[in-house]
Ligand binder design. Structure first.
Ligand code: ADP
Ligand code: ZN
Length: 707
């Protein structure tokens, strides 16, 4: 630690990054205090760094237990490509390789050692570890994919349950468990199974802020739609299908249409599967068309989109699958293609299950996915509610938020709906409540005597679909509770009662599709994209030459920075986020030459944003608010706001509409046209108190950029 003034400096030195992702710093600080830790972060949250950086700052070696042998090589390659001494020991190595690696470990030449769980506890290996403890020392044991110790999890592994013994064998060594699992029960179980000592528990939000969510209806032209969607993207993507047959069919059609695509499913030989996976990792093909068998063991951080050609089985699996996009934090897309036909197909499949309980669970999960697909509310809100998180809504990064359906006040309808829930004794789900409201003559209604309720038929003014839409929206907004074990039953909650008492207005988004497009041409952006493509090709060449995956050379985010900042010297190049000295030395020259060539060829000016402004821009593009950026970077809000207004003035791609409402922009612009743009105070005086300096600055930036 002593050689670095701050953790940020160490981060830059070892990994080249400028700032920590949310939570990382706190976790690393606790690790450095030798605390036991439980870290829960969604995929792409940046878990590895939470044990890797402490490992490099402490004496001795850190052991990383991971169940995925196939991934070890990747992780170690990526570390070595940063100039970090890491290695792994597993069953894929020859004896002499094992030996020489063990010698390197005992000579204190290794900081991070990756191991499969079965090895850690084998007797012979224990003797070796004993030697390590007594010579170089073990600073910590990190247990990746820690949910594998829990039988409650979705991926229990018997060999993980032996990890219980670790605490006994090495009582002094701190243990750091990491997982992306969301359920509380598994989290508790991990603490218990691993016998963690008053662990520092960090649970991150499950919001994947850089993902854009969208649902498209599936009709007869579905394949054309898919093709169009793929052609609109440039990076790597995964298309998930339900069956092997549709995987083959879609992959073949895509190939026929000139898209680089390969299939992946359980029907292929091991060899074909592994070859196709490697081609995808190395960017030899753009698209992998796969059943859900694909993705568990792969760690490709620069997947730019995941499309679901068929309906996923549950929100949880949808979240995990779509979450394979954008692990590197760069903007990425999820599109779900949905049709009622799919729903019937899956319902039919579920009804074939022999076990009644399994059927019930599967149907409930299907219902939740359909709620997501048919919902009019912010998709992010719907997903996060499933994980028990309340999200403020209006994310600006899903189709429902970008093309909002008109919002209407449905307080009275909500009161009718909720009083019907009350009259039915809080024992029924949405469909039954709707049946009562519209005065249905279904047998079930009479059977329960619900035709005698005062709410029977009071909802005839609206269709069943409209009532269902209201019901779904009430659930998504948390205005009524819904049981999650077995059949979903509606339960009134505190907020439902506030609605009864007219203390809460119910607004819902109603169906009535109208699309608005807002694609404006931005010359700066177009240039940066061109250069980005050029740099990507260069990266691919260098990666092939070194037999590495391209993302290991530089992350997409670093290439983007290169394309936007266009550094002309090695010093400037090394300052970019994602570039440390080691990498600057390895690859700097080739990239700088390419950048210079491009700059000259296109006769570009060199008046460009500063590095700090670019960091702000990057965080802004990842969806963080001004306040969040300020907090993360340790700057004042006004500083970040200035960055953004200057970036806007330089025509950099800042989403002004997300920062200042369009109608307010109009009024500010009008005022600037009247009083001039020189003095902010003059503009503010003319506008009055309801406008802030921050807003005015941003809009003035735009106004100036138009000159
Ligand atoms: P997880 O294991 O939580 O899915 P990883 O540890 O694989 O996530 O990290 C995901 C990606 O984010 C990796 O490509 C990693 O290099 C990158 N990353 C991690 N921390 C940072 C950071 N502070 N700044 C920029 N990129 C980061
Ligand atoms: Zn949204």
């Amino acid at each position: 630690m002593s050689t670095f003034a701050s953790l940020e400096e160490a981060l830059k030195h070892f990994f080249g990054y400028d700032s920590f992702r949310p939570g990382q710093k706190k976790i690393i600080e606790a690790a450095l205090k030798n605390r036991d830790l439980l870290t829960i972060m969604p995929t792409g949250g940046g878990k590895s760094l939470c044990f890797q950086l402490p490992a490099l700052l402490r004496k001795g070696i850190t052991i990383v237990v991971s169940p995925l042998i196939a991934l070890m090589q990747d992780q170690v390659d990526a570390l070595q490509d940063n100039g970090i001494n890491a290695t792994y020991l597993n069953s894929t190595l020859r004896n002499d390789e094992l030996k020489s690696r063990q010698i390197a470990i005992l000579k204190n030449q290794i900081k991070l050692l990756y191991l499969a769980p079965e090895r850690l506890l084998n007797e012979k290996f224990s003797l070796f570890l004993e030697k390590v403890v007594n010579s170089v020392g073990i600073s910590a044991i990190a247990i990746d994919e820690a949910h594998c110790v829990s039988e409650w999890g979705h991926d229990f592994r018997p060999e993980y349950s032996n990890l219980k013994l670790l605490r006994q064998s090495y009582p002094q060594i701190p243990i750091q468990a990491l997982t992306a699992t969301a359920t509380k029960r598994v989290q508790q179980d991990i603490i218990q199974q691993l016998n963690l000592r008053s662990p520092d528990v960090h649970v991150a939000s499950f919001d994947r802020t850089n993902l854009h969510y969208e649902v498209q209806t599936k009709d007869r032209n579905i394949y054309r739609k898919l093709l169009r969607a793929i052609r609109a993207e440039s990076g790597a993507g995964i298309v998930y299908c339900l069956s092997r047959r549709s995987v083959e069919e879609v992959a073949t059609r895509l190939q026929y249409d000139g898209v680089d695509a390969l299939p992946y499913h359980a029907g292929l030989s091991d060899r074909e599967r592994s070859n196709n996976q490697t081609s995808f990792l190395r960017d030899d093909v753009q698209i992998i068309v796969a059943t859900i068998a694909f993705g568990m063991g792969i760690n490709k951080p620069d997947v730019r989109f995941v499309f679901h050609y068929d309906l996923p089985r549950s929100i949880e699996s949808f979240y995990q699958e779509s979450g394979r996009a954008g692990r590197d934090g760069e903007p990425s897309k999820s599109i779900l293609f949905f049709s009622l036909g799919d729903r019937q197909k899956i319902e039919f499949l579920i009804k074939q299950k022999p076990d009644h309980n399994e059927q019930k669970i599967a149907l409930q999960q299907l219902r939740q996915v359909i709620n997501y697909a048919e919902g009019n509310d912010c998709r992010r809100t719907i997903i996060l509610r499933y994980f028990g998180e309340r999200y403020r809504g209006n994310c600006g990064k899903c189709d429902n938020c970008l093309n909002p359906k008109p919002i209407e006040d449905w307080t009275v309808e909500a009161q009718k709906f909720l009083s019907c829930v009350a009259r039915c004794q809080e024992k029924f789900g949405i469909n039954h409540i709707v049946d009562v409201l519209i005065g249905s003559r279904k047998q079930k209604i009479f059977q329960y005597g619900h035709h005698l309720l005062s709410t029977y038929g009071i909802g005839k003014g609206r269709t069943a679909d409209e009532w269902r839409m209201l019901g779904r929206s009430l659930v998504h907004q948390g205005l009524v509770g819904q049981t999650t074990d077995g059949y979903p039953i509606l339960k009134l909650n505190k907020r439902s009662w506030e609605i009864f008492r007219n203390q809460l207005v119910v607004k819902i988004a109603v169906n009535q599709h109208q699309t608005k497009t807002s694609a404006t041409y931005n010359p700066r952006k177009a240039e940066a994209e061109l250069l980005f493509e050029k740099l990507r090709k260069l990266r691919k060449q260098i990666a092939d030459h070194n037999s590495l995956a391209p993302y290991m050379i530089f992350a997409d985010s670093s290439l983007k920075l290169m394309a936007q900042i266009r550094p002309q010297t090695l010093t400037d190049f090394a300052k970019l986020s994602g570039v440390n000295e080691y990498k600057a030395h390895q690859y700097g020259d080739s990239f700088i030459s390419a950048i210079r060539e491009f700059t000259e060829q296109h006769k570009l000016p060199v008046n460009l944003p500063s590095k700090s402004q670019m960091t702000t821009l990057q965080l802004h593009q990842q969806g963080l608010s001004v306040v969040e950026i300020a907090k993360q970077r340790g700057f004042a809000v006004s500083t970040i706001n200035s960055h953004l207004s200057e970036l806007i003035e330089m025509k950099q791609p800042v989403a002004l509409n997300k920062l200042v409402k369009a109608e307010r922009q109009k009024i500010i612009i009008k005022t600037i046209e009247q009083v001039g743009d020189m003095s902010l105070k003059t503009i503010k005086d003319a506008l009055g108190d309801s406008y802030s300096y921050n807003e005015i600055k941003l809009v003035r930036g735009w106004w100036r950029s138009q000159k």
